[in-house]
Design a protein around this ligand. Structure first.
Ligand code: ZN
Length: 164
């Protein structure tokens, strides 16, 4: 298990390129949403040089350097409560215990503003879904409602979380 998810030094440049090529920005959020397949738990995955890495861990290492190879402080946590976020500024090292405490605290507070789907109000999300269901074009919906096309795409593809 030791170092299983570490990125080899020679792959770091490729890792940085992979991170920056797979990011969606949405208005009113500093989060960098991973634009790709999400694995179990809602975390993204990157392939670099044939190896797969959890996206947030890879993003952390690409920006800040190697994650310690073993406990206690080898867990990458999100300060923003967005598992698919790969903004290095939102990623900090923590311990398993801190992570568990953090998850439980955020679990209790899991409503509203931090939610991906509610970067806009529930009304806007609903409006987007309604228009998509009517067959309207994503780009024109984005234009008319003043939100970004990638975000509309996220709502459409179901990657935006359901509203709680
Ligand atoms: Zn974030």
């Amino acid at each position: 298990m030791r170092g299983r998810n570490r990125i080899p030094e020679e792959s770091l440049a490729a890792a940085r390129a992979a991170v920056s090529s797979r990011v969606i920005r949405v208005p009113f959020s500093d989060c960098h949403y991973f634009d790709g397949v999400l694995g179990p738990g809602g975390y993204g995955r990157f392939s670099v040089h044939g190896r797969r890495f959890p996206a947030h861990r890879l993003a952390y290492e690409a920006a800040h350097g190697a994650i310690p190879s073993g406990p206690p402080d080898n867990v990458v946590m999100h300060t923003c409560d967005e598992r698919s976020c790969v903004n290095p500024d939102h990623l900090v090292l923590g311990t398993q215990a801190e992570n568990a405490a953090d998850m439980s605290r955020k679990g209790r507070a899991r409503h509203g503003a931090k939610h991906y789907a509610s970067k806009y109000s529930a009304e806007v999300v609903l409006e987007v879904k309604t228009r998509l269901a009517r067959g309207e074009n994503g780009a024109s919906i984005a234009r008319e409602l003043g939100c970004s096309a990638p975000w509309v795409h996220h709502v459409k593809s179901g990657r935006a979380r359901r509203l709680g």
